[in-house]
Design a protein. Sequence first.
Length: 214
Amino acid sequence: MIVHATQSEHVARSAHPTLPPGYVPLMSVKPVQFRLAGHGRVLATRNAGRKVATELSDAIEQHPAVVVSFADVEAVTPPFLDELLRVVRGVLSAERDGRMVAVSGLDDDLRETLQIVLERNKMSLAELRDRRLELLTPVPHLAETLNAAQDFGTEYFTAPQLADRLKLKLPNVNQRLTQLVQAGALAREPDPDAAHGKRYRYSTGQGARIPQPA
């Protein structure tokens, strides 16, 4: 079940710089919340997971920022999660520009189950908690990088800006950013202000006001 952000939560981008054909500015589209509780409070079977995963795949295809909400879900099994994560992995591993996927509304039991499945699948995802993104499979240097990115307080930032803030070499920061993009914690798109060559800019979705769990 998809719940759109309200009109007041949508940030207009009428003055957005021109991007190459085929690219969609992340913040020009309303983020959506994909509510798992719309499919039941107990999410148990692999078959049910496949059906929900198909809907989630459609949502991710249509919307650049998707929050998978576990609010009001009482229990979820690893087979169900395997099917959801298969879809998420396929989207994020392709590193398609402008995509973000996070989860929200987890209680301690749901979080523990999801962490176990993520570790088994050698994946990471970001959880939206108290309006901050946190990695569910914490890696200290990636957590440091994600926190620094969110502390910019701006809609976009570049790798050189983050490297300067973290006092790190640019190749190291680029490697970290790639991992965070693959975890769905950051969105990236071509930087229209790049003077030459191909350069990206990144977003934590703060400017989009991603909907909080209901």
